[in-house]
Design a protein. Structure first.
Lengths: 484, 485, 96
């Protein structure tokens, strides 16, 4: 079936004219129409634009052009500004917002000839680990629709897992690509901070946010990342370093690769999860890698650190949503204060308000040193721990999440319990490191993800390791029942 | 009031004269239709990011070097968080810790001729806010974000000033300096140069400062002086009648000549400063600083000292002539054409007649209707006694209105001075003969009548008798002696 | 360390968020538990550790050339505005 093909295979067959880009787009649009209602993964379907994109791709191919993403259908997380198309960030605040420009990531993928099928549901303003905070309702996990798909890129993950597009884009601030990828059985990549432009990606926590990809395999992700990555002069935090040819580097042998196993990751891990991870590591050692025990002593502090830094930055980033120039405005404001308070109070959901208030608190006079400054110091300690570990090993490996997908509604009432879902992923964001989650098995029929973390700009090595793992296993080819 | 001491600190906001804004590529030109110079970054759209204009850094460093300040090797942008409609992001990108420019100082010339050092605590970069307009809008305010994102250099003085006049002198000095450095056009009507004044009073000799009030957005030297004077009187009155001065922000009402409390900023704002995560630390290297230093022009104090020294001018005159680079250049061009020995003459005319005309017609020196060379041409005719100083003034006025050269006017109107002694003597004789009573009175002791005779001779000669010769000859003839030819 | 209702009201005002009376206790309780959770940080020894604002090593701010690169698109942008008149964004009257 068309939706089973890898990006490479699709590109080849499009070039061989086995089918056209328009036919491919129609195929996926039909799947979305049929399968999305049960998942609520896609909140805006751009059927007309998709067919126009596809026709343009067909014309380019007819003119002799070839490209790895030419004519390939995708869905963008609704956090990326897409010119002329609603960009909601999963929030009532932007329910009426038609972005007047393309994010750099969107523009780059467009230039490569992708076909945009629509915008994916997400936790509101990327704040959440279960995609239950969206104004548009929760997203359901295709493996079990009573369960969450993870978040905040829950819609992207569910759409990818259900093969509603060839791949989807997401963002990862505390694990928001890796964690939902793990819970939905797909491959998610969070690049090094600064590798991919943040221009046009609505900001949550500026020093942590990164754009990435959720795909069927490391090989597919490599093809996409090669296009997404690169220096952007419009983003001052974008790094001016050449982008490696990730697809060409996937086959680098793993012999001699040193993989660090974090003691802190394995402490207290649920036994069946732990077994899957150890089995996965055995695949690596069989391929010639060696595992080394390492410890990042400050890592357990990563969640409290994150929940000071991220809210602080977001409390400031979200101040621009005030009902004046775009977005939601309350009815009949009686004065300026009322305009602000009610537009924001009514426009934002509870988790967003909680984080804005947390952030406002930790930055406020009298608390700044004890919270914000303190957290940034602990952040440095965590980063130093990682750096020390990478002097001994090439990659770190462990679980992506503490448990597989949990039930919708199970954790949403207690923020701190929800926050602890990110316990394995957050450290990489604090240190700006790249991370990949790849499927490595099932517990009770629900996917489990293996996480690999590398030093700065080690995406090629991470993708290569994940790719070699996927050549030796077939977890990533499994389909949720009903979505074959 | 003699036991009260006034303490003033000024925060000056100078708009830097860059072509584009500090964090976006929008133009900074003044006067465009509302919101036509506000791009996505200026409008704080979701997803946009700031990118820093290097020219703003160059200009800030230039200023720092001109006031002999420390330039930070590493400088950080910080977010100042508060809600206001002219601040679209809900925060201003500014600097808090590690500003670009650290401690420096300038000197000001006081009325009594003494020189006073005024410290500058720091100068930092930040972005300007937009504007709120109220006219013609019922129950609403209209926000124009054209100005949002224009680069500002905020210059913070030490609280070293002790009177409104000192504050104005400091403000004028900074104004002159930023224009010399070509980092700011200093146009106060357009809002390129604004000042907030922090004013407090205390008993002379007290160790601590009194509670201060901040008067915002003063955009003329006159307003600064008047606002401070009003505020000082207001604070003294409060204290003397047993009250306490409240720390608050006030506005100067130039119609009512008073300061009043700003209602909208009454609550103390917790700005929650933190380093802006969208911008990286600025590394300011020695090489960069050296390249900026190489572009420093001769500074106002240096120029004034040189004028005083080379042209034997008073400190005051040298100061006036160096108030702008253009005026200094004009003056020097006059001297170059006229000759250094006559620098004082040039100085008097530039500060006197020329400045008078420029003021009358509201022109800047760069728009002077008489060029430096042309003025020198006129002054040469005084020096060579072709005309008297008095006649020269008439010629000057004609030059200004008709645009003709001095020589042409002198020739056309036959204004050459009479320097032939016998010709002058003949006229003196005629005047003396025509006024026997005054002659008798003068000779009997009424010295004041000397002026009468001078006037009569000048009347008869159409003002062209050389004054010095006339004086000498007249004195001699009136005394009854024989003229000496 | 628990937050009081007054604390939360103050924070909500600083952040310009309206919180209804009904919602208030929920926020007081959840914010208190979050603050308690992050208080864990006080247990970490951080004397002489520099705060880390950016994860980028050895990077400093790039300087953009001083060039005008934008043209006027206000009509397009103002299509998103809730209230515009004569090119101005309208808000309730601001009294200074």
């Amino acid at each position: 079936m068309l939706h089973d093909l890898s990006i490479g295979a699709l590109a080849d067959r499009l070039a061989a004219k086995e089918f056209s880009s328009v036919e491919l787009a129609r195929h996926f649009l039909a799947r979305i129409e049929r399968l999305n209602p049960a998942l609520n993964a896609v909140i805006t379907v751009t059927a007309q634009e998709a067919l126009a994109d596809a026709a343009r791709a067909d014309a380019r191919m007819a003119a002799g052009e070839r490209g790895p993403l030419l004519g390939i259908p995708l869905i963008h997380k609704d956090i990326f500004c897409t010119d002329g198309v609603r960009t909601s960030c999963g929030s009532r605040m932007l329910d009426n917002f038609i972005a007047p420009y393309d994010a750099t990531v969107v523009a780059k993928l467009k230039a490569a000839g992708v076909v945009m099928l629509g915008k994916a549901n997400m936790d509101e303003f990327a704040m959440g680990s279960s995609n239950e905070t969206s104004y548009y309702g929760p997203v359901r996990n295709p493996w079990d629709t009573t369960k969450v798909p993870g978040g905040s890129s829950g819609g992207s993950a569910a759409a990818s897992a259900a093969r509603l597009a060839a791949f989807t884009t997401g963002t990862d601030t505390g694990g928001s690509i890796r964690q939902p990828a793990a819970l939905t059985g797909i491959t998610g990549v969070k690049p090094t901070y600064g590798r991919v432009s943040r221009y046009g990606m609505v900001a949550f926590a500026s020093s942590l946010d990164q754009a990435g990809v959720l795909a069927q395999s490391a090989a597919d992700a490599a093809a996409v990342l090669k296009v997404m990555a690169g220096f952007d002069p419009k983003d001052s935090t974008s790094v001016d370093a050449p982008v490696p040819d990730y697809p060409a580097l996937l086959d680098a042998p793993l012999k001699g690769l040193k993989i660090g196993l974090l003691r802190e990751f394995f402490d207290g891990l649920e036994p069946r999860n732990a077994k899957l991870i150890r089995d996965a590591l055995a695949v690596f050692t069989a391929l010639g890698a060696e595992t080394v025990e390492v410890s990042l002593p400050h890592l357990p502090m990563s969640v409290p650190t994150y929940y000071v830094v991220a809210p602080a930055e977001c409390s400031s980033n979200l101040s621009r949503f005030d009902g004046v120039r775009y977005g939601y405005r309350c009815a009949s404001p009686k004065d300026l204060t009322d305009l602000y308070e009610r537009s924001r109070g009514e426009g934002f959901g509870a988790e967003v308000k909680r984080r804005i208030m947390t952030g406002t608190y930790v930055l406020s006079a009298g608390y700044f040193d004890a919270y914000y400054l303190k957290a940034q110091r602990v952040r440095r300690l965590i980063t130093d721990d990682f750096r020390a570990a990478f002097e001994k090993v090439d990659l770190l490996a462990g679980p992506t999440t503490p448990t597989p997908a949990f039930a919708i509604g199970a954790k949403i009432d207690d923020p701190v319990t929800m926050y602890l879902n990110d316990i394995y992923t957050i450290g990489a964001n604090l240190a700006g490191l790249p991370g990949v989650s790849a499927p490595c098995g099932f517990v009770d029929g629900l996917p489990v993800g293996l996480q690999l973390i590398g030093p700065h700009f080690a995406e090629a090595r991470l993708l290569g390791a994940a790719h070699q793992f996927q050549l030796a296993t077939d977890w990533h080819t499994q389909r949720p029942r009903g979505y074959e | 009031m003699s036991n009260w001491e006034v303490v003033i600190g000024l925060e000056i906001h100078a708009q830097l004269a860059t072509r584009s804004k500090i964090f976006s590529g929008s133009p900074t030109a003044y006067g465009a239709a509302p919101n036509t110079q506000a791009d996505l970054v200026d409008l704080a759209y979701p997803g946009v990011l700031p990118v820093f204009n290097g020219e703003a850094l160059r200009m800030a460093v230039k200023f720092g070097l001109a006031i002999n300040a420390q330039i930070a090797p590493r400088s950080i942008f910080a977010r100042k968080n508060y809600f206001y409609p002219d601040l679209p992001k809900g925060y201003q990108i500014s600097q808090y810790e590690q500003p670009v420019v650290g401690q420096g100082a300038i000197t000001i010339l006081l009325d009594d001729g003494t020189v006073k050092r005024v410290g500058v605590t720091r100068a930092h970069l930040e972005e300007d806010a937009g504007k709120s307009l109220h006219e013609g809008l019922a129950n609403a305010s209209g926000i124009d974000l054209n100005r949002a994102g224009t680069p500002l250099l905020e210059i913070v003085s030490e609280p070293d000033m002790r009177s409104a006049k000192e504050a104005v002198a400091y403000m004028k000095k900074i104004h002159t300096l930023v224009r010399y450095l070509e980092i700011c056009d200093g146009n106060m009507q357009e809002g390129s140069f604004r000042c907030d004044a922090n004013v407090s009073v205390r008993q002379a000799g007290a160790a601590k400062f009194g509670t201060r009030a901040e008067i915002k957005n003063l955009n003329s030297f006159r307003f600064v002086e008047k606002a401070i004077q009003y505020e000082v009187a207001r604070q003294i009155e409060i204290i003397e009648s047993g009250g306490k001065v409240v720390q608050e922000t006030r506005l100067y009402d130039s119609d009512k000549h008073e300061t009043r409390s700003m209602r909208s900023k009454e609550e103390a704002n917790d700005y929650r400063y933190f380093p802006d995560p969208d911008l990286l630390p600025l590394e300011i290297e020695e090489g960069f600083i050296a390249s900026v230093r190489a572009t420093l022009p001769e500074l106002p104090d240096e120029k004034a000292a040189r004028f005083a020294r080379d042209f034997a001018l008073s400190t005051y005159d040298a100061g006036v002539l160096s108030a702008s680079r253009e005026l200094g250049a004009y003056f020097e061009a006059v001297v170059a054409a006229l000759g250094q020995p006559h620098a004082k003459l040039a100085a008097n005319w530039v500060m006197g007649e020329l400045s008078g005309m420029l003021n009358r017609d509201n022109l800047d020196i760069t728009a002077s209707r008489i060029s430096a060379e042309a003025l020198a041409g006129l002054l040469k005719r005084i020096v060579d006694t072709t005309i008297s100083g008095k006649i020269a003034k008439e010629v000057f006025e004609s030059m200004w209105s008709d645009g003709k050269a001095a020589d042409a006017i002198i020739e056309e109107r036959g204004l050459k001075q009479i320097t032939d002694s016998s010709a002058i003597e003949r006229v003196i004789d005629e005047v003396m003969a025509a006024n026997p009573k005054q002659l008798a009175d003068y000779r009997s002791g009424k010295d004041k009548l000397f002026g009468f005779f001078v006037g009569q001779v000048q009347k008869a000669t159409g003002g062209k008798a050389n004054p010095a010769q006339l004086n000498e000859l007249l004195k001699s003839k009136l005394a009854g002696g024989q003229a000496v030819s | 360390m628990s937050l009081t209702r007054q604390d939360v009201e103050k924070i909500a005002h600083l952040a310009r968020l309206s919180i209804t009376d009904r919602e208030m206790p929920v926020y007081v309780s959840s914010l208190s538990s979050i603050v308690e959770f992050v208080n864990e940080l006080s247990r970490v020894e951080t004397a002489d550790v520099e705060p880390m604002a950016h994860p980028l090593v050895g990077q400093h701010q790039r300087l953009r050339p001083d060039a005008v690169t934008d043209s006027d698109h206000h009509e397009k942008y103002q299509r998103n505005a809730p209230q515009v008149q004569a090119g101005l964004y309208l808000v309730p009257r601001v009294i200074e």
